[in-house]
Design a protein around this ligand. Sequence first.
Ligand SMILES: [Fe+2]
Length: 187
Amino acid sequence: MAAKAASRWLHQHGREIQAFGTIRQFPLGLSYDARAYSCQRLNQILCDSQILFALYKKHHWLMRGATFYQLHLLLDKHAGEQIKLIDEIAERVQTLGGIAVGDPRHVAEITRVPRPPNGLRGSAGHASRLLEAHELILIDAHDAAKRTADQADDGTNDLIVSDVIRTNELQAWFLAEHLVDTPLVRA
Ligand SMILES: [Fe+2]
């Protein structure tokens, strides 16, 4: 007789074991308040970065014109770097005992990056929109870095300074150089 197939407990939605916005107790040498504050600041940067990632992919797909190939590749490279950052930020929230924002609809409720038009615009508009998102994240990140350092959360400060700020600054530079009006062929 064939062995009875193992029972599967499908369609379980589970009961909530931690509410969003609350912090688990971890022995990290950081106060509850410091960890809660860092999680809130990190989740804001996480949401804005997830939208920036999506913006990069959108423009990677929609890009047209004489600079199509180089921008198509550059925007995908930046998207890949943002995805790496997003993972690091989310895992920092979890490390601190918080809950990282993951669902895109939850992200949409929190982000402050303006929604782009659904239709197609010129490539200068793509770069400007991306640059504005970078600057929004950078302004927030500088403030969050300073305030998390004030609360002795050096790990979060380091992540924001060494990864978030440096990556966004470098990507902003590469984008901004595409908005300089230089002739392509004639001097
Ligand atoms: Fe692609």
